[in-house]
Design a protein around this ligand. Structure first.
Ligand SMILES: Cc1cc2nc3c(=O)[nH]c(=O)nc-3n(C[C@H](O)[C@H](O)[C@H](O)COP(=O)(O)OP(=O)(O)OC[C@H]3O[C@@H](n4cnc5c(N)ncnc54)[C@H](O)[C@@H]3O)c2cc1C
Length: 601
C-alpha cells in the first residue's frame, strides 16, 4: 500500500535524479557514504515515522499537554517515539563520526526529518528544537559549554528551546525587555518573561536547555544591545551531571489551534534572586548568533509546511480514489454505478493543485538544503555562490510552502467534502497544524520585507542576479530539450523572470530615493511574484528530469514521470500567470493599502 505520509518514489526522484546527492560522496566529508547508507537512513526514518510517530498524531491532538501547577503531563506515546528517534541517532545525523554522529549531508538529514514532520509534526517539534539549540551551542559556545551541554542534547538526555519572543516583542525583537545582570563570578542573573516558548516545559528529558535573548544592564537600545544566554532548567555541573533547580518557572500553557502535542509556554525567568545564566558568544551579539542559524531554521519551517501539504494531498488522493459520488457529465442514468470522485475533472484540479504545491515546495526546500551542503564544498567559489543564493531563497523557502501548502491543506478538506470538515478524517488537523507556519520563525509579512528590503539589495543585487543566472541556465536547457511543452514553459519562465528583474530594479530605486515605505507597502505581492517564479523554475527542473527519463526503458515509471510533467504543465498554465497581476501592482507602485486610513475601516 502506498504511504500516505510521503511518497518514497518522489523522494528518490528529488534526491538522486534531480539533486544528485550521491555526487556529495566525492567530498572528503562524505567519502564514507554512498547510496546504500543514505537509503538506510531514509528507510529508518520512514519506519520510525510510520510505526511510532504517525499512530499517535490524532491522540496527541485530542489530548494536549496539561499543567497541574507542578508538572506537565502528556500522552506516553510521545516519549516512546522520541526514545526510538534518539536511539536511531537522528539527533546527531549531521554531526561528525568522532562525535558519534552519522555525518550525513544536510540534504539527506532534512529528508529524514521530513518523514517525522509529515507523520506527526507536534512530536517532531521537540527534537527539531533540540537540534537547532545544539547547533547554536556548537557554533558559538566555549569549549567548556560544548562539553557540558552537547552530549546531553545529542543523546536526548536534555532537550532545547529557543526563547526569543516576549508579549510586546514578536516581530520586533528590538523591543526585548528581559534583562541580565553580570555577577562577580562571570555568570549572569536573568529576569523577565518569555512568551510562546515551544517545548518550554515537559518531562520528556532530565533537563531543558533554554537559549534566551536578553539585555545586559547598560546595553545599547535596540537590536545592538541584545545578548544570548544559556539558561538551563537545572544547573549543569562540570561533568555534565544535572544539579540544582534554576529559577525558570512555567507561568502557563498556551492552548493552540494546532501543533497541540507540543507544549507552548509562558516562562518566567528569575522570580527570586534571578535565573542563573551564562553568556554564549559576544555581549550584544545575540541576534547575530540567532540569525546565523536562522537560514537553516527557516528552511526547516518551509520543509515542515511542505510535508504537511504533502501528507494532506496523499490522504485526499486516497480518498478520491475510493469515494463514489455522481456520474460523468452526460451520464444521467441513475441505474449506472456511481464513479469515484477522482473521475471528476474538478476533483482532479484540486488534486493537481495540491500535487504542484506540495511536490514543488518539497523540491525547493531540498534544493536549499543542498545549498547548505554546498557551503562545505571544498571549492571556495562554489561555497560562496551557495551562500549568496541561499540569502535570497531562504525567505521564499519559508514563506511559499507555508502559504501555498496551507492552501493545499484546505483543498484536501474540500476533496473530502463534508467529511473533511469533521474530526473523522485527519485533513482538518493537517490544516490546523500547518496554520502556524506562516506565523512563526518570522511571519510571512516579515519575510516579504526581508526579501525586498534587505536580501535583493545586498551587495548591489548580487544574490538576485545569481538566482537569475541559475534560472537562465534551466531555461537554456528547456530551449534545447525535445519537448515542445517544456520549451514553451521555458519561454514563459523567461518572461516572468524578466518581470521580476525589472520590478526589482524599479523598487530598489524607490528605496534608494528614501521612499521605502512606498516600495515596501506591497512586499507581500513581491514575495508572491518571486516565489511563484522560483517554484515555476523548480517545476521546469523537475520536468526536464522527467523528460530525460521518460523513455521505452522505463515502462514501470512512465506514470510517475507523466505525473511530474502534468503537474509542471498545471503550474505553468494555472499558477504562473498570476505573477502578471502581482507585477502590475508593484510596477504601478500601487498605494491602495498605504493610503487606506484607520478611520475608514
Ligand atoms: C505556536 C507558536 C509557537 C511559537 N514558538 C516560539 C518559540 O519556540 N520561541 C520563540 O521565541 N517564539 C515562538 N513563537 C513566537 C512567534 O515567533 C511569534 O508569534 C511571531 O514572531 C509573531 O510575533 P507576534 O505573535 O507578537 O505577532 P506580531 O509581531 O504582533 O504581528 C502581528 C501581525 O502584524 C504584522 N507585523 C508586525 N510587525 C510588522 C511590520 N514591521 N511590518 C509589517 N507587518 C508587521 C505581522 O506580520 C503579523 O501579521 C511561537 C508562536 C506560536 C504561535
Amino acid at each position: 500500500m502506498q504511504s500516505k505520509i510521503l511518497n518514497p518514489r518522489d523522494i528518490e526522484f528529488i534526491l538522486y535524479e534531480m539533486l544528485d546527492v550521491e555526487s556529495l560522496t566525492a567530498w572528503p566529508r562524505f567519502a564514507e557514504h554512498g547510496r546504500e547508507t543514505f537509503d538506510a537512513a531514509l528507510a529508518a526514518a520512514e519506519k520510525i515515522a510510520t510505526d511510532k510517530f504517525a499512530p499517535h498524531n490524532r491522540k496527541a491532538d485530542l489530548n494536549e499537554p496539561t499543567f497541574d501547577g507542578k508538572r506537565v503531563s502528556m500522552i506516553p506515546e510521545v516519549a516512546e517515539a522520541l526514545r526510538e528517534f534518539n536511539s536511531a541517532g537522528f539527533l546527531s545525523s549531521t554531526q561528525d563520526f568522532d562525535d558519534d554522529g552519522m555525518q550525513l549531508p544536510w540534504t539527506v538529514a532534512q529528508t529524514c526529518l521530513a518523514w517525522f514532520n509529515a507523520a506527526n509534526v507536534s512530536t517532531a517539534a521537540y527534537p527539531f528544537l533540540s537540534i537547532a539549540n545544539a547547533n547554536l551551542i556548537r557554533a558559538f559556545g566555549s569549549d567548556d559549554q560544548k562539553a557540558r551541554y552537547l552530549p546531553g542534547l545529542s543523546s536526548g538526555r536534555f532537550c532545547g528551546t529557543m526563547c526569543l519572543s516576549e508579549t510586546q516583542a514578536g516581530s520586533s525583537l528590538s523591543d526585548i525587555r528581559c534583562t541580565a545582570v553580570k555577577q562577580a563570578d562571570g555568570s549572569y542573573r536573568l529576569r523577565g518573561s518569555k512568551m510562546w516558548i515551544s517545548a518550554g516545559d515537559h518531562e520528556l528529558s532530565e533537563n531543558i536547555v533554554h537559549l534566551v535573548l536578553a539585555r545586559i544592564e547598560g546595553a545599547p537600545a535596540g537590536v545592538k544591545g541584545i545578548s544570548l544566554f544559556i539558561v538551563p532548567k537545572f544547573r549543569v555541573g562540570e561533568d555534565g551531571a544535572t544539579g540544582e533547580r534554576n529559577e525558570v518557572a512555567l507561568a502557563g500553557l498556551n492552548h493552540k489551534m494546532g501543533f497541540r502535542g507540543t507544549t507552548n509556554c509562558v516562562l518566567n525567568f528569575g522570580e527570586g534572586e534571578g535565573a542563573w545564566g551564562e553568556l554564549i558568544g559576544q555581549p550584544n551579539r545575540g541576534l547575530a548568533c540567532m540569525f546565523h542559524m536562522m537560514n537553516e531554521a527557516r528552511i526547516g519551517v518551509g520543509l515542515g509546511a511542505a510535508v504537511l501539504g504533502y501528507t494532506g494531498y496523499l490522504h485526499a488522493l486516497a480518498y478520491a480514489r475510493e469515494r463514489p459520488q455522481g456520474r460523468h457529465p452526460g451520464a444521467k442514468d441513475p441505474a449506472q454505478a456511481q464513479i469515484p470522485i477522482i473521475e471528476h475533472a474538478d476533483v482532479r484540479r484540486m488534486l493537481l493543485a495540491q500535487k504542484a504545491a506540495a511536490e514543488g515546495a518539497l523540491a525547493l526546500c531540498l534544493i536549499c538544503a543542498r545549498l547548505v551542503d554546498e557551503q562545505h564544498n571544498p571549492a571556495d567559489d562554489a561555497s560562496a555562490d551557495a551562500r549568496l543564493l541561499l540569502e535570497v531563497l531562504t525567505p521564499i523557502a519559508k514563506a511559499w510552502p507555508s502559504e501555498f501548502c496551507l492552501e493545499a491543506n484546505s483543498l484536501a478538506i474540500q476533496v473530502h467534502g463534508g467529511y473533511g470538515y469533521t474530526r473523522e478524517f485527519p485533513v482538518e488537523q493537517f490544516y490546523r497544524d500547518n496554520r502556524l507556519n506562516p506565523i512563526h520563525e518570522g511571519t510571512n509579512g516579515i519575510q516579504g520585507i526581508d526579501l525586498l528590503g534587505r536580501k535583493v539589495g545586498m551587495l548591489d543585487g548580487a544574490a538576485i542576479q545569481m538566482l537569475a543566472r541559475e534560472i537562465h541556465a534551466t531555461i537554456r536547457q528547456a530551449t534545447a530539450c525535445n519537448s515542445d511543452e517544456l520549451q514553451s514553459c521555458g519561454k514563459e519562465l523567461l518572461e516572468s523572470l524578466d518581470r521580476v528583474m525589472e520590478v526589482t530594479r524599479d523598487l530598489l530605486c524607490v528605496i534608494e530615493r528614501d521612499e521605502s515605505e512606498l516600495a515596501l507597502a506591497n512586499s507581500s505581492a513581491y514575495l508572491n511574484l518571486v516565489g511563484h517564479t522560483v517554484i515555476a523554475w523548480v517545476w521546469l527542473r523537475q520536468g526536464l528530469v522527467a523528460v530525460k527519463h521518460l523513455g521505452p526503458d522505463t515502462p514501470d515509471d512512465r506514470d510517475f514521470y507523466q505525473g511530474k510533467l502534468q503537474a509542471c504543465a498545471y503550474f505553468f498554465r494555472w499558477e504562473l500567470p498570476k505573477t502578471k497581476h502581482w507585477f502590475d501592482l508593484l510596477h504601478n507602485l500601487d498605494a491602495t493599502t498605504l493610503e487606506m486610513q484607520d478611520a475608514w475601516f
